[in-house]
Ligand binder design. Sequence first.
Ligand SMILES: C[S@@+](CC[C@H](N)C(=O)[O-])C[C@H]1O[C@@H](n2cnc3c(N)ncnc32)[C@H](O)[C@@H]1O
Length: 291
Amino acid sequence: MSNTCLEILNQAVERLRSAGIDRPRTNAELLLGAVLNKNKVDLYLNKDQVLTSDEIERFTQWIEERISHRPVQYIIGTVEFFGLEFKVDERVLIPRPETETLVEVVIEQLAHKEKPKMIDLGTGSGAIAISLAASLKSPFIYATDVSKEALEVAKENAIKNKVENQIEFFSGDLFGPLKNENLEGQIDCVVSNPPYVSKEELETLPEEIKDYEPIVALESVKDGLFFHKKIIEDSLDFLNKGGFLALETAFGQAGKLADLIRQNENYSHIGTVKDLGGIDRVVKAVKRSAD
Ligand SMILES: C[S@@+](CC[C@H](N)C(=O)[O-])C[C@H]1O[C@@H](n2cnc3c(N)ncnc32)[C@H](O)[C@@H]1O
């Protein structure tokens, strides 16, 4: 049997297809591309390249992992988010493309501000905090997460993307670890993509998510807005007057979240923003400046 790039790729596609894995060719291309350090086009341009036994062994192992539903991003160990590369493994949620909308909303609001101070709650891999640190004018970001394991990954990602001097990471529940930092009334923006999957919904998710991604990153205690409600309330202590709140939410929840914020008279300019899939994904609001 031939050990050329194309042959090995085609065999893997069939193996993934017969195991019922979605988009078998894309998966096989991504995995083989990572083994050979080539992009998709180069894989086909080098279709006659003969693979070494080490390369075949590694690729075969990765295909087996994928058949067990381990997400491609965890197998490869990296993901691209907002044009940056992030290390990911089972300690952190894989940053999703829709979260780039949340980052864009914050950048649009703070693009002209020098040295904005921000808080990212539930930072996970650090995707939001690091993207903002790399995009805004000398920002400083206080990033918290209840998962110490996630913070280890986030710190590595901050170094990898050369923004470690612009972010301080804190371990604990939402704003809890920031209570002694004298930040009350000082913050220009609170941003968060908190867990928003209800217990019942969790069971219906694909194996890739429910068997591999950290449950603490997914599950919201009661309904999908448990964390959002706490953040809406507690942000008021930290935001300065005119400070900006931006929250990601689940499919179908943005209207409800916007209504919740409207019930709080301390917020104005409440709006929703669609992600690239046309789904209302982000809810934003401004802390009123009048006392
Ligand atoms: C949906 S993930 C978002 C991760 C990352 N910000 C992103 O957008 O890719 C939610 C994150 O919140 C963290 N988390 C869960 N409960 C928390 C809490 N009570 N306080 C702080 N972080 C929490 C989880 O560990 C997880 O990293």
